[in-house]
Design a protein around this ligand. Structure first.
Ligand code: ATP
Ligand code: MG
Ligand code: MG
Ligand code: MG
Length: 474
């Protein structure tokens, strides 16, 4: 089944269960300067969950474009290394605003995945997790849906490990929150990895496909949970992960949509198409993220969202360079992307020439410093092959426009330690110099607007910030 058909089927299924089909919102959340990007389907509905906003419907379904490339939800470092993470991806989600709760959410999910009229996934390949103390969800899965008890895993709160499963979803220190139940697909013993909650869970054998959050409580400032008057449901399923399952491939990068992008990336970098080249995966991933960011109004710049975009473009260009492509190539993938996704996202098609122009300009600008910067980096590595110093990282950043995460990416590839603390010290010294220079100007009675316009980051300006603290800068 093609990705496009899966997207359509999901919307159809939930429409048949009384859900309003709502279109994807942009990657830049509307009216919310505190939130960098749309990281989940629920972002456009956050006020509905809180009861601040009433709509004409209490059930909704979406296919939401999402970006996880910064802040709490950052999968940038995973791309190319895992079978399941992208920066840009599509999240299929159904939502209940004080309408149905656990029982219907669970049975809808099961019916869609395994029902004869729908996806018909083999039940014995599915595993579910519930929040450790959520006996109600456990019993619904076990007694009503019929999932054997040994396929239901209880998972508690995250204990802090980078990937550790966490089945209690919270928006932040306060606000709506609740337990989740996640559905995993077992790709079989040929793939390394263990079930959720096991020490090997970071592998890619058991892949989480769907997360159902039961928004059940409002957490107050002292940490006490108060039941919400109207418990709600927020779910998210990765379209690319589901496509992999239905197309009988293991990795998201092997699905229809990605194979064509990988081929295009190979064409533009003069390689043969292969699944074994992480750089091709990175480029294929990043062309989606960058093109949709520009479509949604973000332009490369040195701060905020624009800097995230710049960082992603530069990472992609550097991966092309690594594959031997020293000419600008990245923008040439846009027509291939439009071919894959333009029908589902007409706004992408409309923005095509704008996207090409913006990417080309950024690539050409970076090309001026990339080669020399790489030379500086190679020289540093031949002087010390185990560690990149803070001074070198700073020089690459300041003089050659190498974003720190890009330098760290190179360090990781080469197995070289990257001194980020040292870099921070260099940055602080530079800030010090800038402060000294600006107070000099001020005392010299020169009008100085710097303080008034300085970028302060994303300040918690409103209740919204707290509401979505979980997704802050995400
Ligand atoms: P994982 O544990 O695999 O990183 P997650 O628990 O962080 O996933 P959720 O926040 O629960 O993911 O998002 C809901 C769904 O969106 C996931 O079940 C998954 O199918 C999909 N998803 C999440 N992150 C990504 C990503 N980076 N790329 C592709 N799909 C994703
Ligand atoms: Mg994750
Ligand atoms: Mg997870
Ligand atoms: Mg999850």
């Amino acid at each position: 089944m093609k990705s496009a058909d899966i997207r359509k089927k999901f919307l159809e299924f939930f429409a048949s269960k009384g859900h309003q089909v709502v279109s994807s919102s942009p990657l830049v959340p509307g009216n919310d300067p505190t939130l960098m990007f749309t990281v989940a389907g629920m972002v456009q509905f956050k006020d509905c969950f809180l009861g601040f906003e009433k709509r004409s419907y209490t059930r909704a379904v979406t296919s939401q474009r999402c970006l996880r490339a910064g802040g709490k939800h950052n999968d940038l470092e995973n791309v190319g290394y895992t079978a399941r993470h992208h920066t840009f991806f599509e999240m299929l989600g159904n939502f209940s605003f004080g309408d149905y709760f656990k029982r219907d959410a669970i049975s809808f999910a099961w019916e869609f995945l395994t029902g004869d009229a729908w996806l018909k996934l083999p039940k014995e390949r599915l595993l579910v997790t519930v929040y450790a103390s959520d006996d109600e969800a456990f019993d619904i899965w076990n007694k009503e849906v019929g999932v054997p008890a040994d396929r239901i895993i209880r998972i508690g709160d995250n204990k802090g490990a980078p990937y550790a499963s966490d089945n209690f979803w919270t928006m932040g220190d306060t606000g709506p929150c609740g337990p989740c139940t996640e559905i995993f697909y077992d790709h079989g013993p040929d793939v390394a990895g263990g079930p959720p909650g096991s020490p090997e869970e970071d592998g890619d054998r058991f892949i989480e496909i769907w997360n159902n959050v039961f928004m059940q409580f409002n957490r107050d400032e002292s940490g006490v949970l108060h039941p919400l008057p109207k418990p709600s449901v927020d779910t998210g399923m990765g379209l690319e992960r589901l496509s992999a399952v239905l197309q009988h491939v293991h990795s998201n990068f092997e699905i229809d949509l990605f194979v064509n992008l990988l081929k295009a990336a190979a064409r533009e970098t003069g390689l043969e198409y292969t699944q074994d080249q992480p750089s091709l995966k990175v480029i294929a991933d990043h062309i989606r993220a960058c093109s949709f960011l520009i479509t949604d109004g973000v332009m490369p710049s040195n701060e905020g969202r624009g800097y995230v975009l710049r960082r992603i473009i530069r990472r992609a260009v550097r991966h092309g360079y690594k594959l031997g492509q020293k000419q600008s190539f990245f923008h040439k993938l846009v027509p291939d992307l439009v071919k894959e996704m333009g029908e589902a996202y007409p706004e992408l098609k409309e923005a095509e020439s704008r996207v090409v122009a913006a990417l080309k300009a950024e690539e050409e600008q970076f090309a001026k410093t990339l080669e020399n910067g790489m030379q500086v980096l190679e020289d540093a590595l031949s002087a010390n092959s185990t560690k990149l110093s803070g001074e070198v990282i700073f020089k690459l950043y300041d003089t050659f426009g190498f974003p720190v995460d890009m330098t760290a990416d190179i360090g990781r590839e080469r197995g070289v330690e990257v001194d980020l603390d040292g870099f921070e010290r260099e940055m602080e010294a530079q800030r010090e110099r800038a402060r000294a220079a600006s107070s000099f100007k001020t005392s010299a009675n020169v009008e100085y607007a710097g303080a008034a316009t300085a970028f302060e980051g994303y300040v918690e300006a409103s209740v919204d910030a707290k509401v979505l603290a979980l997704y802050k800068d995400g």
